[in-house]
Every structure is written in structure tokens, then in C-alpha cells.
Design a protein around this ligand. Structure first.
Ligand code: ZN
Length: 293
């Protein structure tokens, strides 16, 4: 609790606002992989990171910030690593009371085998970091994964937007995501980062499809403009109230290049209705995870 931001928020009002808060976008990965990801983010985006990456230390930080559970997301930047990575995440989640384990797969893997294995072992959903994995929501190599998501009723988180530096990637963008939604209308799919830099279009997808979700990760904090290159004010309060049943709180923890609490601060400063906060901080994630109708 040495974080100065922690001292400026009022824990009581926060706890009263929402109990059972879920962070729907956290990365849990083995130390060497996490170090490599941080190294590349530092080089490409100039970000630096202060948060711990080891599970127990991460969870202590999250708990101190009032988080009860989190969605643990891995991703595989090359073939032949996803199965082992998924096993690692599942084992960590087994030892945790907070982690909700997701799995990943690379487009060049034996997709069907890896994903079925992960679902059978308890993975609650799938994660694709599309530009980094170079396979996205419209990639036919991933069709077996998408079909299994439908069969097992498991949701998918896509880094589907072009932010912060993927505007030239052919694996992201609203068109790719729309193709997925049309092909798999029954699969719940979340576009991370509010779909930035095409937030407006992604919010329309959420308006039109009950299966489409968005997470707030890095897009609604006071630091979004300088870190993500996206002005949080582009998403008006009314849109969050209207889309509360589609929008989930997420952070990218522990790879957040600023104090964790700033992520929530941006949302709390909007002074939205209590019901909206209940949705964004808990109920929408429960619906995404299939825990609530
Ligand atoms: Zn992320």
C-alpha cells in the first residue's frame, strides 16, 4: 500500500460501490516469457513497469486494490508453446483463489488438439493477442478454436483493435472482428481496450450484438492519451451507461506502465450510476464468463 494513488482513493466508498470486483484483463505468464514481453513493450512503446509478475505478489497487489478475482490471460507469439503455457496457467490457477484461467493457441499449432486439451483441463476461455500472434478473429486457421469455443460455451478475448501501434497489422481492425461476429454469433467475444483506435465502431458492434463485449483496459484512464494515444473523453459517460452490460473493467496488470489504481480512477471520476459500476466492475464479466444469464 505504498502506492501514493492508493492513498488518494477512498477504499470504503469503493468497496461499498462494488463487491466481488473482477479485473477482466490480467496477464499471468511464466517469468521468462513475461520478461521477454516486457522487454519488447519497453523497446517498442517505451513503457516501463513497476508491478510484480509473480502470481502471489500480483495477487497481493490486486487484493489490496479491492479486486476479488481476475481473468488470467496468456498468449503465444510462436507455434509449439501454447500447450505447455496453458498447462502452466491452469496449474497456477489451481493454486489460486483469484485466477480465472484462460488459454491460448497459435495459428500454426494443431489448433483443435491444443484448444480441446485446454478446455478439458479447465480453461474458462481463450485469449488472442492478434497482432503479436499474427492470427486474428478472421483467420481461418483458428476456425477449429472458434468452433470449440461454441461447443464448450467458452468466451474469447481478442486484442482486436489497432492501438497502440498496430494500425498496419492485417490481423486487427473492426472488419476482422465483424467477420468473426457474423460467423460465430453464439460465441461471446471481447474486444480489449474498447476496440481502440476504432472504439466508435466496436461500441456499435456491442450495441447490435449481445455476444460482443469490450474491456476498458488502458482506454479509460487519465493516462490513456499519453500511453495509448487515445483520449478517454472520446467515450462519453452516456455510452458507458448505455453499454454497461457489455463493458468490463480490465487493466493489463501487471504490464501497466503507470500505477494500477489510475485505471479505476478514470472510471470513478466519471461518477456514473451505482448500477453501471456494478455491471462494469463485476456483473458484465460474470455474464461474459457464463456465470450469469
Ligand atoms: Zn493485454
Amino acid at each position: 500500500m505504498t502506492d501514493p494513488i492508493l492513498q488518494t482513493i477512498r477504499p470504503q466508498s469503493w468497496c461499498m460501490a462494488v463487491s466481488g470486483t473482477i479485473d477482466a484483463h490480467v496477464h499471468l505468464m511464466p517469468p521468462r516469457l513475461m520478461a521477454a514481453i516486457r522487454e519488447s513493450l519497453s523497446q517498442e512503446a517505451g513503457w516501463t513497469f513497476d508491478h510484480p509478475t509473480e502470481r502471489e505478489a500480483m495477487e497481493a497487489h490486486l487484493r489490496a486494490a479491492g479486486i476479488e478475482r481476475y481473468v488470467a490471460l496468456p498468449y503465444a507469439h510462436k507455434p509449439d508453446m501454447a500447450a505447455e503455457l496453458n498447462d502452466w496457467v491452469l496449474a497456477e490457477a489451481e493454486a489460486s483463489e483469484m485466477a480465472i484461467p484462460f488459454a491460448t493457441v497459435h495459428g500454426d499449432d494443431d489448433v483443435e488438439r491444443v484448444v480441446r486439451g485446454a478446455f478439458e483441463a479447465g480453461a474458462r476461455g481463450l485469449k488472442f493477442q492478434c497482432p503479436v500472434q499474427e492470427c486474428g478473429p478472421a483467420d481461418p486457421r483458428l476456425d477449429p478454436a472458434f468452433e470449440l469455443a461454441a461447443e464448450y460455451d467458452r468466451p474469447i478475448v481478442f486484442h482486436a483493435g489497432t492501438a497502440p501501434m498496430f494500425e498496419s497489422s492485417q490481423h486487427v481492425g473492426a472488419d476482422q472482428f465483424e467477420e468473426f461476429v457474423e460467423s460465430y454469433p453464439e460465441v461471446r467475444a471481447c474486444a480489449a481496450h474498447m476496440g481502440t483506435f476504432e472504439a466508435e465502431t466496436f461500441m456499435d458492434f456491442a450495441r447490435d450484438h449481445e455476444s460482443v463485449f469490450l474491456d476498458t483496459t488502458m482506454a479509460l484512464s487519465p493516462r490513456s492519451a499519453d500511453v495509448l494515444g487515445f483520449d478517454a473523453d472520446e467515450i462519453p459517460d452516456e455510452a458507458l451507461v448505455e453499454l454497461a452490460e457489455s463493458v468490463m473493467f480490465g487493466t493489463d496488470f501487471p504490464n501497466v506502465p503507470y500505477p494500477y489504481e489510475e485505471e479505476r480512477q478514470g472510471l470513478m471520476e466519471r461518477e456514473l450510476p451505482a448500477d453501471t459500476y456494478e455491471d462494469v466492475f463485476r456483473r458484465t464479466a460474470e455474464r461474459f464468463l457464463g456465470e450469469r444469464a
